[in-house]
Design a protein around this ligand. Structure first.
Ligand SMILES: [Zn+2]
Length: 260
């Protein structure tokens, strides 16, 4: 954990040698409520200058500027050539829900506040990726399209290590009955019931099932629920107060050692 007085407080993951992988929390930024304090989302009403500073802090913490996409709940993947992409396209490297790179001078980021943030790395091929898997992303298999983009860069699923980050959990993520039926028909592991007995989706379990079936070597799940955990941003939890305006935290991954 980084001292919140001096930088972002993060959850560190081990995705193999030469790979840095973290999930940010709400702590360690400069934004004011309801975005306090480490909001990394440009499109949720926060002061743009504050978001730029927050992103700079996360980049400093991981050792490279972070590329973020404009996420549209699709399955497109953008190949990020390097840090120039962040300099040339400040704020966003394009409309996508997956990012992939082999560059060591840039980090990749995925923004969430209940959706599932996924980090992927093949430490041997030195290829990393992020994916944004909400309900629609699980249905459109964005995680598998992102894995395809890694394979195109030389990755092998049998070496890929994945981290499934904090999101709305299957005990909390209530949805209409027909929606649960539709999603679970495609991805059975998503079928869930809330702790109060109503239809729900376990999107993280769905992502895990998709990765397992694709032959991904290992999947680490961060068992923290955004709706239940005040250290994370949650659109659903914010909405319970009457105004869903809130920030976005991020999953961030980068390669720290050049390829062989
Ligand atoms: Zn929960």
């Amino acid at each position: 954990m980084t001292d919140p007085q001096h930088g972002p407080r993060t959850i560190e993951l081990d995705l193999g040698p030469g790979v840095r992988a973290v999930f940010t929390t709400v702590h360690g930024g400069v934004s004011s409520p309801p975005w306090a304090s480490l909001n990394l989302g440009m499109a949720c009403g926060d002061d743009q200058g504050a978001v730029v500073e927050n992103r700079r802090r996360v980049g400093a913490a991981v050792g490279a500027p972070v590329a973020f996409a404009t996420q549209v709940h699709g399955a497109d993947v953008v190949d990020v050539a390097g840090a120039d992409a962040v300099r040339e396209l400040p704020g966003t490297v394009g409309e996508a829900d997956g990012l992939v790179t082999s560059a060591t001078d840039v980090a990749l980021g995925v923004l969430v506040a209940d959706c599932v943030p996924v980090l992927l790395a093949d430490p041997e091929a030195r290829v990393v990726a992020v994916a944004h898997a909400g309900r629609r992303g699980v249905e459109s298999e964005v995680v598998l399209r992102t894995l395809d983009a890694m394979v195109a860069r030389g990755a092998d699923p049998a070496r890929v290590r994945a981290a499934v980050g904090p999101c709305a959990c299957g005990d909390c993520y209530e949805v209409p009955e027909d929606m649960r039926a539709d999603v679970a028909a495609r991805v059975p592991a998503t079928w869930s019931t809330t702790s109060w007995g109503t239809p729900a989706l376990d999107l993280a379990a769905g992502v895990e099932q998709q990765l397992d079936r694709a032959g991904v070597a290992s999947v680490t799940r961060v068992a923290r629920c955004t709706i239940e955990d005040d250290d994370l941003f949650s659109y659903r939890r914010a909405g319970r107060t009457g105004d869903p305006t809130t920030g976005r935290f991020a999953g961030v991954v980068r390669i720290t050692v050049p390829g062989r």
